[in-house]
Design a protein around this ligand. Structure first.
Ligand code: ATP
Length: 860
């Protein structure tokens, strides 16, 4: 339908709606008819596809082929067992992938956007997926347009349509009918399209198309992007590829050594391939995703909603947190504390009463009354209207006598807002009311008042030093409304009528969080559009500024510095005041050039570039614009600075636990390789059969390893410096640990084998198999903490691990003692002495790693 060519009256007829919106019953009927206003996701993998994917790894396919060949020419039971274990392995992998996907879906659901609409004249916020054609949407700067719409009222509206048209300049919009003709999407100036965003102004519009019927829906397939991989996953995948080559070479050598020692070709083929399957960590990147997805789920419970999975991983590397003041470090609960009226009486007559300032406060704002009588809108404006209202100045009544005919909406770059009102009973005279940051407003005054600027500044500083946000009000009258609403022309020659000082108290928990932040080697920085003195007073209260060396820089001071000069001082600046959102990008670049890892918060429409470019862009869940949320990596559901610190702590813990998991898996694999590689060199037979290797890979490696994710945070987690993001994960002794502990595991295993064979014990293979299995369990217990001994952190402090260890031990005992399992796994029941001996020998690894930690602590 060519909605852009139809006159508004026809559109409202076609959609059976009015400028006050439709009613609830019609809306629910239309929702059934048109479906949800959602872009359908790309086709998801079916359960069968997910399972096949698990089985389609190259080495697994070779193992399946080898097992089948061996079954045909030899033992069929072995083949069936190998196939069963491979299938079980795939099943476990599938269950994990499925759960991770569910966790991510749940996160996506939490990030639901809301649209402000009118239904039967009442303003309400509804989830955007419930919008239907005919709904009236109320839009303002920062909103993402929720459906395809036709504007019927616009105030200085500009829309960023780059997502749809590729055009980077903002398109101006209006509600005029267009003459007949062919219009490209970008030229349909009375229309707005789903997924584009309002960068300026306010508007009312009819929803004309929803969901897959929108322009975005038509091109949805083109827009569906691949999921992002995290830096750690990329590194692991690369590392895995190189490691695979090494392991394949080792397995080939093992194959030949075994064969030369007289083992059958088929046995050696299956043993060496099983070893390759067990030792190549091909599942590690997927397991990291699972750990991150579950980590993200936990973070959401702590009010930090992850939008991009890599953020979970990178949180632990943050060295700078640059945070907005209003709402994040403060409560965003403004209350007017003090007002000051200038003695200029020029415009008193317009209001017919003396209190001009109160009139201006009631008139110049965009708040609206919500369903239950509360004020909806920006907290600064709500405070102002509330104050005027408490002084008996009713906004609605005032607007009857001084109706608003035009406006210049607030933007954080201009730092002011203007409303223009028709003065009744005059010859078309109009009144301009401007409110905004006083230092900005002082440059817009008429010549008479310019003389009084020092006095005004003195009063403003007095208020700002108390930590107040100070807003000024100024006005003028004009004989008629100018055709072109240019802020430079309208917001000039004004008469200042007074100031208002508001307090927005610091959040109590933010003070504590700032302290924690500093202890954790992270520097908190406050960025605000507010006055330098207001910002400084609040920063001191919060502990962000704690010494004389800590600098406060204003946007103007920043703008005169060259990038090099700025880089030289950037590490000293703790507060940026009166900055424009655009300057945030400069701050990020300067810090990043000093190798810092920057988390940056943002809530406004202009914050999107900074959020995208920060290492972690953090948007506000309550007061953030949708544009900022879309650009962010993480959303704070409670807008609270303290939540960032909690998220960093969780991020560090999740990363620690992923490293522990990698350490565990790789050391276990290294142990298996050492054992099988070294045995023939010592003149021993191959210690384990293929099914033993696969069993260890499935049970011992899998279950207890996964429970490392539940390991509580290390005691010093927020007392140590942030992790260097460029540092390899295999540094810090990780490689050494994997090699030496693996070697020890191998030696202990073949030591047991050699001894048992030496004393002619016919159970030698069962004992060797059990030693390798239990050694790994000892290892997992010992690596639960990087530095603290397991005796200190307590054996029972990770409950899921206790459960996993019990299950693994029970399964191993079943393999040893249940006759049916004996047949399958070719094991024999051990005597009590043999079992205790294997237990004692296996504990060597546990003690060795405990000693390693003890030595590390002494060296500290
Ligand atoms: P933050 O501290 O999170 O940066 P902020 O509210 O200080 O938020 P902006 O919203 O950019 O930052 O506001 C900048 C300045 O503009 C404020 O200090 C205030 O002086 C002025 N201002 C804020 N809201 C309005 C408004 N609704 N109308 C007019 N002026 C405003």
């Amino acid at each position: 339908m060519n909605w852009h060519l139809l006159p508004l009256s026809e559109i409202s007829q076609l959609l059976n709606t009015t400028p006050s919106g439709i009613d609830a019953i019609t809306a629910s009927e239309r929702l059934c008819e048109h479906g949800k206003n959602q872009i359908e996701d790309k086709k998801k993998k079916t359960i069968v596809q997910m399972l096949i994917c698990q089985l389609s790894d190259f080495m697994i396919l070779i193992l399946i082929a080898a097992a089948i060949v061996s079954g045909i020419i030899g033992d069929l039971t072995d083949t069936l067992i190998i196939l069963a274990i491979i299938f079980l392995n795939a099943l476990v992998g599938f269950i994990q992938e499925y759960q991770a996907e569910k966790a991510m879906e749940a996160l996506k659901k939490m990030a639901t956007n809301y649209a402000r609409i009118l239904r039967e004249g009442k303003t309400m916020d509804i989830p955007t997926y419930n919008l239907v054609p005919g709904d009236v949407v109320v839009l303002e700067a920062g909103n993402v347009i929720p459906a395809d719409i036709r504007f019927f009222e616009t105030h200085q509206v500009k829309v960023d349509e780059s997502a749809l048209t590729g055009e980077s300049n903002n398109a101006e919009k209006n509600s005029d009918d267009l003459p007949k003709g062919n219009y490209a999407l970008g030229d349909q100036v009375n229309m707005g399209y789903k997924g584009t965003s309002i960068t300026h102004g306010r508007a009312l519009a009819y929803v004309v198309a929803t969901g897959m019927r929108t322009e975005l829906g038509h091109i949805a397939k083109m827009l569906q992007t691949e999921e992002t991989t995290t830096p750690l996953q990329k590194r692991l995948a690369d590392f895995g590829k190189r490691l695979s080559v090494v392991i394949l070479i080792i397995c080939t050598i093992i194959f030949f050594i075994g064969w030369l020692r007289g083992e059958s070709v088929m046995t050696m083929l299956i043993t060496s391939i099983s070893l390759a399957v067990a030792a190549i960590p091909e599942a590690l990147p997927a397991l990291v995703t699972i750990a991150l997805a579950f980590g993200a789920k936990k973070l959401a419970k702590n009010n930090a909603l992850i939008r991009k999975l890599p953020a979970v991983e990178t949180l632990g590397s943050v060295t700078y947190i640059c945070s907005d003041k209003t709402g994040t470090l403060t409560l965003n609960k403004m209350t007017v504390q003090e007002i000051f009226e200038t003695s200029d009486t020029k415009y008193t007559a317009v209001f017919e009463e003396k209190n001009r300032l109160l009139h201006a406060m009631a008139l110049n704002n965009d708040v609206s009354k919500g369903e239950n009588g509360n004020w909806l809108g920006d907290s600064t404006e709500v405070a102002l209207v509330q104050y005027a209202n408490d002084k008996n100045l009713n906004r609605a009544e005032l607007e009857d006598t001084l109706p608003r005919i035009a406006e210049l909406p607030f933007d954080s770059k201009r730092k002011c807002m203007t409303t223009i009102h028709q003065i009744q009973n005059t010859t078309g005279e109009i009144m301009v009311i401007t409110k905004g940051a006083v230092d900005v407003l002082l440059h817009k005054l008429n010549a008479d008042q310019n003389l009084h600027i020092p006095e005004f500044e003195c009063k403003v500083n007095e208020m700002a030093e108390k930590g107040y946000r100070v807003l000024g009000y100024a006005m003028k009258t004009l004989s008629s409304l100018p055709e072109n609403l240019d802020s430079n022309e309208i917001e000039t020659g004004l008469t200042l009528i007074g100031f208002v000082g508001m307090i927005d108290p610091p959040r109590e928990e933010a003070r504590q969080a700032v302290l924690q932040c500093k202890e954790a080697g992270i520097i908190p920085v406050m960025i605000t559009g507010d006055h330098k003195l207001t910002a400084k007073a609040i920063a001191e209260k919060l502990g962000i500024i704690s010494s004389k060396e800590d600098l406060v820089l204003t946007g103007i001071e920043l703008s005169v510095l060259t990038q090099n000069e700025f880089i030289n001082i950037v590490e000293k600046v703790r507060v940026y005041a009166r900055v424009n959102p655009e300057q945030k990008l400069r701050i990020i670049t300067a810090l990043q050039s000093k190798n810092h890892f920057v988390a940056m918060t943002g809530d406004g429409v202009n914050d999107a570039p900074a959020l995208k470019n920060a290492d972690i862009g953090i948007a506000m869940g309550i007061n953030g614009t949708e544009v900022s949320k879309e650009a962010s990596h993480m959303i704070l559901l409670d807008d609270n600075f303290a939540t960032i610190i909690v998220a960093v702590q969780h991020g560090r813990k999740i990363f620690d636990n992923i490293l522990k998991f990698i350490k565990y898996i790789m050391t276990g694999n290294s142990g298996e390789i050492w054992a099988i590689f070294l045995a023939p060199l010592f003149g021993l037979p191959i210690p384990l059969m293929a099914i033993h290797i696969l069993w260890i890979n499935l049970v011992t490696d899998g279950l207890p390893g996964l429970t490392l994710a539940s390991e509580p945070a290390e005691a010093n987690i927020m007392k140590r410096q942030p992790r260097n993001s460029t540092e390899s994960i295999f540094s810090k002794g990780m490689t050494l640990h994997i090699l030496w502990v693996g070697f020890l595991m191998g030696i202990v295993t073949i030591g047991m084998q050699a001894y048992a064979i030496h004393v002619a014990n016919s159970h030698w293979q069962t004992m060797t198999f059990t030693v390798l299995c239990f050694s790994q369990l000892g290892h997992v217990m010992a690596i639960r903490s990087e530095r603290d001994s397991t005796f200190k952190i307590g054996f029972l402090s990770n409950k899921p691990m206790v459960g996993a260890l019990l299950i693994t031990v029970t399964l191993q005992l079943m393999i040893i003692y249940v006759p049916f399992c004996n047949e399958i796994f070719k094991t024999q029941p051990l005597t009590m002495y043999e079992l205790l001996l294997t237990l004692a020998v296996s504990s060597t690894v546990f003690w060795a790693v405990e000693i390693e930690k003890w030595i590390k602590n002494i060296k500290k």
